[in-house]
Design a binder for this molecule. Structure first.
Ligand code: IMP
Ligand code: MG
Length: 182
């Protein structure tokens, strides 16, 4: 699906979470994460691209634990507004995670297919010391696969959101707020 420049109207989006709301909650989430790893010498944070890039960048500014940052790239949505049902592993290259404390960072959990796939993949290949998950947005109603979320920013309803890393047909990721396409 393509989005024509004539229909790209970020000023017409309904603001769902303002920049200030996002930043305030992300600071709280970072505090929860800092508290969950007392005496941790190294945390490996794995962000799931593309959607998580903004959340990751703002979250890690408040992380006090020594951390390494890694990226994987998974795709499931195609260009539309509904999950394609299959997860495409675009890039899964990672260092050894044996005996490491690992935190996955994802923008949104919807059906759970993407994170279910990635968690299964990690646990089948790596014996981590711990494995936790932080998501900014949780679309609980849409869940098809059970996934344990350790740190959650905001529960959201079953609506299509854009901005702050989330895209529609590749657009809107750069917005500092999260909005709903009418
Ligand atoms: P899941 O596999 O259905 O849980 O979907 C996860 C991925 O779908 C997320 O990482 C997003 O990239 C994308 N996604 C899910 N809901 C939305 C949305 O409302 N807006 C934009 N992308 C979404
Ligand atoms: Mg994503």
């Amino acid at each position: 699906m393509t989005l024509h420049s004539s229909t790209y109207k970020p000023e017409q989006l309904d603001v769902h979470f303002s920049e200030a709301q996002l930043q305030a909650r992300i600071q709280e989430m970072a505090a929860e994460i800092n508290a969950a790893y007392p005496n941790c010498e190294k945390l490996i944070i794995i962000a799931v691209l593309k959607g998580s890039f903004m959340f990751l960048a703002d979250l890690v500014r408040h992380i006090k634990i020594p951390c390494q940052i890694e990226f994987v790239r998974l795709a499931s949505y195609g260009d539309g507004q509904t999950s394609s049902g299959t997860v495409q592993a675009v890039d899964l290259s990672l260092p050894s995670l044996t005996n490491e404390d690992v935190l996955i960072v994802e923008d949104i959990i919807d059906t759970g297919l993407t994170l279910n796939f990635f968690m299964d993949y990690l646990t089948s290949l790596h014996h981590t010391r711990s494995l936790k998950l932080a998501v900014l947005l949780d679309k609980k109603e849409a869940r098809q696969k059970d996934v344990r979320v350790d740190f959650s920013g905001f529960p959201v309803g079953n609506q299509f959101l854009v901005g702050y890393g989330l895209d529609f047909a590749g657009y809107y990721r750069n917005l500092p707020f999260i909005g709903v396409v009418q």
